[in-house]
Design a protein around this ligand. Structure first.
Ligand code: DX5
Ligand code: ZN
Length: 226
């Protein structure tokens, strides 16, 4: 176990996947030991990139058993959340920066039977979510500016993770802290020490010379002993 005694989960992002064979790519990730699939949903407005919609997620639901989490990088999560829940996502993560009534948005997700999460861009303070922590299963801390994979990890986010982990402990909440962006063998240890326990990895998994299973194994090993 790591020094914070946290349960470690590795969630590959689908962004680097070969979208012409997405179903078998997911099967390979499940086979390789992925804990969840991290769907990066981008609408070309909230972030300068456009990825996939709920129908693509729904078509892949039958390929694997592991949970789907949707990272909504969209201008209108209230419109899209129900569609991704319907498509088979167990956890819906909403960017704080993309909603006006966050408490209501999260309650709508919960009332639909899914788990809710909030996501913070690098410049967004923890204070923006302290009044909704009782509603969420997970907080996603962006360690890159969202929109693309393969970017450089921002160590500045570790202080935010430390503050958040202390608040969770003080309030005796059971909330996962997930970190997303530039997570690889060189950065996962320090992110774990800061208090993260769920890790999104795109390039580190898809570009590993020895394949996704070895990548996931190495990441899990480093985080578990951090
Ligand atoms: C960026 C996405 C991340 C990204 C991670 O907007 O939210 O999930 O795909 O990719 P890597 O692990 O390559 O930084
Ligand atoms: Zn993501």
């Amino acid at each position: 176990m790591n020094e914070n005694n946290l349960h470690i989960e590795i969630c590959p992002s689908i962004l680097p996947a070969d979208f012409s064979r997405l179903g078998s790519e997911l099967e390979a990730l499940e086979e390789a030991g992925a804990d969840r699939i991290h769907w990066d949903i981008m609408d070309g407005n909230f972030v300068p990139n456009l990825t996939i919609g709920p129908d693509t997620v729904a078509s892949c639901r039958k390929n694997v058993e592991i949970p789907f989490e949707a990272h909504l990088m969209v201008e209108d999560p209230d419109l899209l959340s129900p569609m991704f829940i319907e498509a088979g996502c167990e956890l819906i993560m909403v960017h704080v920066e993309s909603v006006r009534h966050l408490d209501r948005t999260l309650n709508v997700i919960l009332n639909s039977g899914a788990k809710a999460g909030v996501t913070l861009n690098p410049s967004t303070p923890i204070e923006s979510i302290t009044n909704v922590l009782h509603l969420v299963d997970q907080v996603l801390i962006m360690s890159v500016n969202p929109g693309f994979g393969g970017q450089k990890y921002l160590p500045s986010q570790e202080d935010k993770i430390k503050v958040l982990r202390n608040i969770i402990t003080e309030r005796d909440l059971s909330i996962h802290i997930e970190i997303d962006g530039g997570i690889n063998e060189n950065t996962i240890g320090q992110a774990t020490k800061a208090g993260a326990n769920v890790f999104v990895a795109g390039s580190a998994v898809f570009n590993h010379p020895n394949g996704p299973a070895r990548a996931i194994q190495d990441l899990r090993k480093i985080a578990s002993s951090a």
